[in-house]
Design a protein around this ligand. Structure first.
Ligand code: NAG
Length: 400
């Protein structure tokens, strides 16, 4: 019992140290250096140069966007300017350009026949069936108007008939969108704009993103062309387009090299062939009073190209902590070559058993001068190969 405790005690206080086995084999030697080279190349090319493993990264980009649309077009024989077709008018990062409208003028509160084909009727009973639905233009009164064959509604009359389209405003193709985007990387306190502040007004009025990627003026037609969208289709039914501004900055270089890249996407591409809901439309009305005090409104069902400007980005700068961590990871990983070489050495090479015997040596008890097995093993190594030039390590001779 007491001796057991003592054994545990002495077993605990031991020191283990790795014993090196030098293998002079071309196969393993070349494999070892090759794997080490691969690992070093991986760290230099991918981790440091591409992924910037030595940098601290700021992904919390702060950004603001201002937009301004310019252009004139015709709709229903009327000239449309910016105030007519841009909704909302604030010039935010999300806005629509109306390209087509169904206009129902002079609506007043009252009773009139429904226009939707779902509300045809022969008797009053037909008009009492689905009077709780949300799809009508007004509240059904339950009366069938025999002369028109439609149910009667109470609401804004005459009811809108949205099967009557106008001719879309095709001139939108030549409209331009000016985008002003300023960003900040709070971690490094770096502020940048999407165009240099020394650009002159006359330059901005004449330049074009199509020909100069530092010019923040985008022609709608150019964006549509980039996206392979037909002008006819998108102006008639509307659609949603994303303009993505990406900032990826390496602040180890001058801030002047920190410039954005622009990407265009058709955001509603999934629904392009949808039968239920296609394009982009919304309704709005303009209200006014006639001289006798009656309230009128003009209802617009607008089909529009909706633009969504999305800003994303990150910036990196050298920092000692990530640099040291990555460097240590790189050095440690070079040691992985050993694992790979051991697998080859101990399993696939001729004389694998002999290598195994040399690599894994069992020593029991305290080694003494008179310990025959250990000494003989030491001697057999010496007999087999030359002594190493590296002190403290044994050499095993090349097999070939
Ligand atoms: C847009 O401008 C071009 C060149 O000025 C012109 O040829 C074209 O007809 C214009 N497009 C529309 C729809 O007006």
């Amino acid at each position: 019992m007491a001796s057991n405790v003592l054994r545990c005690f002495t077993d605990f206080f031991v020191y283990e140290t790795a014993k090196s086995v030098v293998v002079k084999s071309w196969t393993v030697g070349v494999t070892n250096r090759f794997v080490q080279l691969l690992i070093i190349l991986y760290f230099i090319c991918w981790v440091f140069l591409h992924e910037k493993g030595h940098q601290v990264r700021d992904t919390g980009i702060e950004s603001t966007v201002m937009t301004k649309v310019k252009g004139l077009g015709y709709f229903n024989n009327r000239v449309m300017d910016v105030a007519d077709y841009v909704v909302p008018s604030q010039g935010a990062s999300s806005f629509s350009i109306i390209t087509n409208m169904v206009i129902t003028a002079n609506q007043t509160q009252g009773r009139c026949p429904e226009t939707d084909k779902k509300f045809t009727c022969k008797t009053d009973d037909d008009c009492n069936k689905n009077n709780s639905s949300n799809i009508g233009n007004g509240i059904l009164t339950g009366t069938c108007l025999i002369n028109t064959g439609m149910c009667e509604i109470e609401g804004w009359c005459p009811a809108e008939d949205d099967s009557v389209y106008g001719t879309p405003m095709k001139e939108v193709e030549n409209f331009t969108i000016f985008i002003k985007n300023s960003i900040r990387f709070p971690l490094f306190d770096v502020t940048r704009g999407n165009f240099p502040s020394n650009l002159t007004r006359s330059y901005l009025q004449n330049c074009n993103f199509e020909h100069n990627s530092s010019c923040p003026i985008f022609k709608v037609g150019h964006i549509l062309k980039q996206l392979n969208q037909s002008l006819d289709n998108i102006t008639e039914k509307g659609g949603e387009i994303g303009i993505s501004i990406r900032w990826k900055c390496n602040l180890d270089y001058d801030e002047k090299n920190c410039n954005p890249m622009y990407f265009f996407t058709r955001l509603d591409a999934v629904f392009e062939n949808s039968k239920a809901s296609k394009g982009y439309n919304f309704r709005f009305a303009k209200y006014y009073h006639s001289e006798d005090g009656t309230e009128y409104r003009t209802l617009h069902k607008a089909f529009a190209i909706h633009f969504e400007i999305m800003v994303s980005g990150n910036a990196g700068k050298f920092s000692t902590v990530p640099f040291m961590i990555t460097l240590v990871a790189a050095f440690t990983s070079v040691g992985l070559a050993t694992v790979f070489c051991d697998i080859i050495l101990l399993n696939f090479l001729t004389g694998a058993d002999e290598y195994k015997a040399k690599k894994f040596e069992e020593v029991s008890g305290i080694v003494q001068e008179s310990n025959r097995p250990f000494q003989s093993s030491q001697m057999s190594i010496k007999a087999l190969g030359k002594s190493s030039n590296d002190s403290g390590t044994f050499s095993i001779g090349r097999q070939e």
